[in-house]
Design a protein around this ligand. Structure first.
Ligand code: HEC
Length: 175
C-alpha cells in the first residue's frame, strides 16, 4: 500500500468517527529536511514546503494550490484568506499542526455554540481531497508563514517521477 492509499484509510476512519478533538498545536519549524514523491517533510515528519530564493516552489506547494482552488476556495476564499462564510486559513494554520488539519478536513467541523450555523463539511471519503491532503496542507502552511504570496505560483519544479501513477492509484483510476 502506498502512502497516499494509507492516508485514505485513516481519512475514512475519521469521517466515520466524526473527527477527533486534538489539542491545537503549532506546526513548528517548517524547514524541509527530506523529500519523497515530491513531498518535503520537516524534522517532525510533517509535510512542508521548499521555496527557493527566486520563488520556485516545490511540487507539493504547486499541486496544493490547484487542489485548494478546486475545493476549498469557494468557502475559504482566494489564497486562503477567508470569507464571510469560512475562516481565514492563512491565520488558522499558524496554530494547527498536520494531524489536527487532517482531523478537521476528514471529519469536518460543526460549531455548536456559534450564532451562525457554519459547517465545515467532512471530506474524509472524498478522494479528490484526501489523496492530496499533504499537498493542500503544504500550500496552506507556506501561505501561513508568509513564505508564499498570493496568486498562482509562477515557477515550480518539474513533476516528480511516479507522481501521476501514485495519484491515479489513490484516486482509483486504472491506467
Ligand atoms: C462549504 C464550505 C466549506 C468548504 C468547501 C471548506 N470549508 Fe473548511 N471550514 C468551513 C467553515 C464554515 C469552517 C468553520 C467551522 C466552525 O468553526 O464551525 C471551516 C473550518 C476549517 C478549518 C479549521 C479552521 C480553524 O480555525 O480551526 C480548516 C483547517 C479547514 N476548514 C480547511 C478546509 C480545507 C483544506 C478545505 C478544502 C479541502 C475546506 N476547508 C473546505 C467551510 C468550508
Amino acid at each position: 500500500m502506498n502512502g497516499r492509499s494509507r492516508l485514505i484509510l485513516i481519512a475514512i476512519a475519521l469521517a466515520i468517527g466524526g473527527g477527533i478533538a486534538a489539542l491545537a498545536a503549532a506546526p513548528g519549524n517548517p524547514k524541509p529536511v527530506k523529500q519523497s514523491g515530491g513531498i518535503w517533510t520537516d524534522r517532525q515528519g510533517a509535510p512542508t514546503y521548499k521555496i527557493s530564493k527566486d520563488g520556485t516552489v516545490d511540487w507539493g506547494t504547486f499541486v496544493g494550490y490547484l487542489r485548494y482552488s478546486d475545493t476549498c476556495l469557494r468557502c475559504h476564499g482566494p489564497d486562503g484568506l477567508g470569507s464571510s462564510y469560512a475562516p481565514d486559513l492563512v491565520h488558522a494554520l499558524k496554530g494547527i499542526d498536520y494531524s489536527q488539519f487532517i482531523a478537521d478536513v476528514a471529519g469536518g467541523i460543526k460549531a455548536v455554540n456559534s450564532a451562525q450555523d457554519l459547517v465545515m463539511p467532512s471530506f474524509g471519503t472524498d478522494r479528490n481531497v484526501m489523496c492530496f491532503i499533504q499537498e493542500i496542507y503544504v500550500y496552506l502552511r507556506a501561505r501561513s508563514t508568509g513564505a508564499l504570496g498570493r496568486g498562482r505560483p509562477e515557477k515550480r519544479v518539474a513533476s516528480p517521477k511516479g507522481f501521476n501513477q501514485s495519484s491515479y492509484k489513490c484516486l482509483g483510476i486504472s491506467m
